[in-house]
Design a protein around this ligand. Structure first.
Ligand code: ZN
Length: 338
């Protein structure tokens, strides 16, 4: 029987988060539609609780077309037993379930982009109701939240961990430690002001948050998945959520970088067919050409040249050939001074 919480929400959980052992089931979100008048959406959730230790939420599928995290969390769910855990793990592989089921960034039910809709709304659309449940029911239980993202269908991002900088330097240093434990080759610190994201939700509710960008391009690469799978186990062990003798492999040295203002980005300023001139992982100089935009409909027209407005490391590159005005083609990162 699904259990009610104290917080106002339409969602009920089949899993009792206070009960020891390993439980699996659904978060039930009532969804009354033409083909199912009294139906609900079933968002898969697993809770593994064993003795004293931190509470950690590990989630993926916040954006439904980011598959590396969904594979990683699904495998964790099947592998971990209560004896492996210290404290409580809450595992949510398809956080925005309708988007994840459709393999889309946003939900096909309401076009909701979950990672722009926190803190959500208990009476709102399915994406808003789910965002509200995660922020207002799950996060207050947690000491840590690891939200696994990647570049999705439209971007490819160097395999990295990331978090949003808080005004609290102690919290920043603590999260950099988590980045180093995760052991991706790059860790980036987001300086943007973005109240609708999970990073902002975690700052509001308290748990320490670490996210990732695990490649993307609407696919799963062997290398990104290896870093994701090994990294999540390392970071869970680092925070004391796995038994001390749980076996993990060593990670990479993490280069800590930051992504700053608009000059870090290269956007298309014209519609056309995009030819990248650099790749992720390249170091570029201010003024260097980033891409040519061709016009195959008028092939005699000179291509438009887009340039980098500053020097830096190419962290992110657009996938897909066609661009429209306003599409992000690249963004850079620069070393973060701690
Ligand atoms: Zn994402």
């Amino acid at each position: 029987m699904a259990k009610k919480t104290q917080v106002e929400t339409r969602i009920s959980s089949e899993v009792d988060f206070e009960k020891p052992g390993k439980q699996q089931g659904f978060l039930r979100l009532p969804h009354s539609v033409h083909r199912s008048a009294y139906g609900w959406l079933g968002i898969p959730v697993v809770c593994i609780k064993n003795g004293a230790g931190p509470t950690v939420l590990v989630m993926s599928g916040n954006h439904g077309d980011e598959y590396e995290g969904q594979v990683t969390v699904t495998k964790l769910i099947r592998e971990l037993k209560p004896k492996d855990v210290r404290g409580r793990l809450i595992l949510l592989p398809m956080a925005n379930y309708p988007a994840a089921k459709a393999g889309l960034r946003t939900s096909p039910l309401d076009q909701g982009n979950m990672n722009r809709l926190f803190p959500g709304d208990p009476h709102g659309t399915p994406t808003k109701a789910l965002a509200h449940y995660i922020e207002c029911v799950l996060l207050p239980m947690c000491d840590y939240v690891f939200d696994l993202h990647s570049g999705g269908s439209s971007l490819m991002i160097l395999v990295s961990s990331l978090f949003k900088k808080s005004p609290d330097d102690k919290r920043t240093r603590r999260t950099i430690e988590l980045m180093r434990a995760f052991g991706a080759p790059v860790g980036f610190i987001d300086l943007h002001d973005s109240s609708g994201t999970m990073s902002a939700a975690a700052l509001r509710q308290g748990p320490i948050h670490l996210s990732t960008e695990l490649g993307g391009g609407g696919t799963v690469t062997v290398d990104a998945l290896r870093i994701a799978e090994e990294g999540i186990r390392r970071v869970l062990k680092h925070v004391g959520a796995l038994r001390p003798n749980y076996k993990t492999k060593p990670g990479a040295e993490t280069r800590v970088v930051t992504v700053g203002g608009p000059d870090y980005y290269v956007h298309a300023m014209v519609d056309g067919l995009y030819e990248p001139l650099v790749d992720i992982g390249d170091e570029v100089k201010k003024g260097q050409p980033a891409a040519l935009i061709h016009f195959p409909e008028a092939p005699w027209r000179e291509p438009e040249k887009a340039r980098f407005e500053r020097s830096g490391l190419v962290l992110c590159k657009r996938m897909g050939g066609r661009v429209e005005i306003g599409d992000c083609m690249f963004h850079l990162a620069t070393d973060f001074k701690i």
